[in-house]
Structure formats: structure tokens, C-alpha cells
Design a protein around this ligand. Sequence first.
Ligand code: SF4
Length: 124
Amino acid sequence: MDKGTMSSPAAQSGFICRQCGACCRIKDGIVRVSDAEVARIAAFLGMAEQDFIDHETEIAPDRRGLILRSRPDGACVWLAEDNLCRIHPVKPEKCRTFPYEWTNADSSEICPGLQRVENVSGPP
Ligand code: SF4
């Protein structure tokens, strides 16, 4: 994932993405996609929107919209072996704004970039 807004504590503390893909492998993590994001990703892939919905998304656990599919190990299906996102130019907002606008409770255990921020920042 990459830089979003620069107003969060992570941004202000000098967070640097290590491009390790750990945030795309969060077990039980979900990535919601809006209608506009579905359209954008489908166009990027050269797919019809309905085909993208049928083959590349699932109903969210709370049944409120669509999420990207995950592999059995929890990794996003769009994460490549080199840890890069295969839909990077059009990836959903949730991906673009991590960790600037959202984090999980255990994000700092998962993300080496956030661990660095904590180590640099030191105790409050
Ligand atoms: S869409 Fe890309 S950035 Fe988002 S979780 Fe999947 S691989 Fe990671």
C-alpha cells in the first residue's frame, strides 16, 4: 500500500512503506470496493464490470457491499509474488490510505513500516 493523506500520526512520524505486502496478507482482512472502484478496476483489467463482480469479488461478511477476494491463506488475490499490487494504479481507497487513515488494532505488529515509526517516535 502507499501514501494517502499526510495528516495522520503515521504520516507525520515519517512512515515509510517497505513494500513487504504484509498489509495485503492480513488474515481475515477485507477490502471493500465501491461501485466506482469496481468500474475503475474492471476497466483497468479490460473486463466487463459484471464479470469482475462475478469472478473477482465476494459479498462482504456483513452483507453490505462487495469485497475483493482473498486466497485461502488470507492474502489478497491481487498481491503478486514480488509483493506488489497487480492493480496498484486503481487499487481501492482502503489500500491507498493505509496506514494514514485507518489501521487495525494489530497493524503495528503486522507492518514493519509502522514498527519503525514507533521505534523512532519512542514512548509518548
Ligand atoms: S488490492 Fe492491492 S493493495 Fe489492496 S490488498 Fe490487494 S494487493 Fe494489497
